[in-house]
Ligand binder design. Structure first.
Ligand code: AMP
Ligand code: ZN
Length: 492
């Protein structure tokens, strides 16, 4: 099945055909590193990580180049440095590291390239010089501004009327601007602000220019896919498109544009300015990264996703169910099942249809549970046949059926496990998964102590106390399972 993606520029699903299948290029606007990423930011990182994984599966791991930048010069960073008294470099390095660690915990692969804005100031100056030469930019009072009139297609991506866009963006009307829509490529730095020497004096780049230049330096003039959150379509991406096209004699910046929808808290977009944010870093203290990843991908990436405690609880339950299915009948471990992995991948070939993929995965888990039950029932029949001479049973037939179920369980497990891993799930050791720290509930030590007490009680034939301990733990969400080696436990 060919890979189709919704192209925000064409406003329709299009078959994805890379310019060069040996070098598929993807760029996503990355974080501005002055504080912790919230879970809405993480939605963008996770959605495009999934795309990256699908592209790698399709074209080969060494044939996809994914760049996600780090914006390490920005007014917000300067402000954070002032407030904390820490040097800018220390702040940006610290939060870039935290970002990488938090996204890693969400199963986000490191992009192939992580260009930093401060590492590209030379090429930024060169691009501005080219834009001035082309009459697409001009200098005014130490600023360099992009002349929006130089690019006829300005506004095509966001589709808004230019006057509306100007009003909507509340573009600063400065006396040195030729047109109010013109935006800043370079601005002068005050004495106490970070800056670089340039033909227009000491200053620093604007955010939009950074991405155009990092794409040019790291990936080339025209890339296959450019992604980011929906809020970046205007003005950020519109400006990137205009700058790059004018600097490259009209060559388009990207063949496909993809935008993820918002993560919401109730009616509102989760955003720092509204103050309704939950940090990925904090959520990871209470929830396994795979639970958060599952929750983030549970809605289609273009749809809004409402973030609730209920969503988290459901995601945890669903992941538990998969881990149980994968560890059921442990003497029959997963077997390689490439066909099923490929089949599951095709759900994502339809514009990353995660809801369809997830429901297919649930169907497979159900198959595993059903086959395990059927096998269990047949094993009982065999035992009964051994114990009761009158109980007629065709042993050979039943044994054949049991074997069939076991093989099926192994094949379903194999496909489910490998597909899950391909998309960033089931990487945890199941023993750790089921004993993992959970919010609330007794600690692992408390549980182990109670299990020991219960074993003693049973030895002493105090079954009432033994049952009481089991029921108490069950009420706290801990399930005990008695086995030959003693009791094991997991959280429900
Ligand atoms: P920012 O730090 O605001 O520049 O955002 C970094 C990335 O996260 C961008 O791609 C944004 O579009 C995206 N983003 C920010 N808030 C949300 C949200 N509530 N839901 C989805 N994506 C978001
Ligand atoms: Zn960008």
């Amino acid at each position: 099945m060919p890979l189709t993606i919704y192209d925000s520029m064409a406003r329709e699903k299009r078959e994805f055909i890379p310019a060069d299948p040996d070098r598929v290029t993807l760029y996503v606007c990355g974080p501005t590193v002055y504080s912790y990423a919230h879970i809405g930011n993480a939605r963008s990182a996770v959605a495009f990580d999934l795309l990256y994984r699908v592209l790698r599966a399709q074209y080969g791991e060494n044939h996809v180049v994914y760049a996600r930048n780090i914006t390490d010069i920005d007014d917000k960073i300067i402000k954070a440095a002032r407030e904390s008294g820490e040097p800018i470099g220390a702040i940006t390095e610290k939060f870039a590291d935290i970002y990488r660690a938090d996204m890693g915990a969400l199963g986000v692969l490191r992009p192939d390239l992580e260009p930093k804005a401060t590492g590209h100031v030379g090429p930024m100056i060169a691009m501005m010089e080219r834009l001035i030469e082309e009459d697409a930019a001009y200098e005014a009072e130490g600023h360099v501004l992009f002349s929006v009139d130089a690019y006829a297609d300005y506004g095509k991506l966001s589709g808004a009327d230019r006057d509306e866009m100007i009003a909507g963006a509340r573009v600063e009307v400065a006396p040195y601007k030729k047109s109010p829509a013109d935006f800043v490529l370079w601005k002068p730095s005050k004495e106490d602000e970070p800056g670089w020497d340039s033909p227009w004096g000491r200053g620093r780049p604007g955010w939009h220019l950074e991405c155009s230049v990092m794409i040019e330096s790291e990936l080339g003039e025209t890339i296959d896919i450019h992604g980011g959150g929906q809020d970046l379509r205007f003005p950020h991406h519109e400006n990137e498109i205009a700058q790059s096209a004018c600097a490259h004699k009209g060559a388009p910046l990207a063949h496909y544009w993809m935008h993820n929808g918002f993560l919401r808290m109730g009616e509102d977009k989760m955003s720092k300015s509204l103050g309704n944010i939950l940090l990925a870093h904090d959520l990871l203290k209470d929830w396994h990264g795979e639970v958060l990843r599952w929750a983030l991908l549970s809605a289609h990436y273009r749809q809004p996703l409402e973030w609730t405690e209920e969503l988290l609880k459901q995601s945890k339950q669903q992941m538990d169910r998969f881990y149980r299915a994968l560890t059921l009948v442990p003497e029959f471990p997963p077997l390689k099942n490439e066909k099923l992995v490929e089949h599951l991948t095709t759900f994502l070939h339809d514009d990353l249809n995660t809801p369809a993929l997830f429901s297919a995965m649930h169907g497979i888990a159900s198959n595993i549970f059903t086959h395990a039950e059927e096998r269990e029932a047949l094993l009982k029949n065999l035992k009964r046949g051994d114990a009761e001479p009158d109980y007629k049973i065709d042993r050979k037939l039943v044994e054949g059926r049991i074997k069939e179920f076991e093989e099926k369980i192994q094949m379903w497990k194999g496909g489910l496990l490998a597909a899950g891993k391909r998309f960033g799930f089931f990487n945890e050791d199941p023993a750790v998964w089921f004993k993992g720290a959970d919010s609330g509930g007794p600690s692992a030590e408390e549980i182990e102590a109670l299990i020991a007490e219960r074993a003693e009680a049973r030895k002493a034939k105090n079954f009432a106390r033994a049952d009481e301990i089991r029921d108490d733990l069950a009420a706290k969400g801990v399930i005990l399972e008695d086995g030959a080696q003693g009791a094991t436990w997991r959280r429900s």
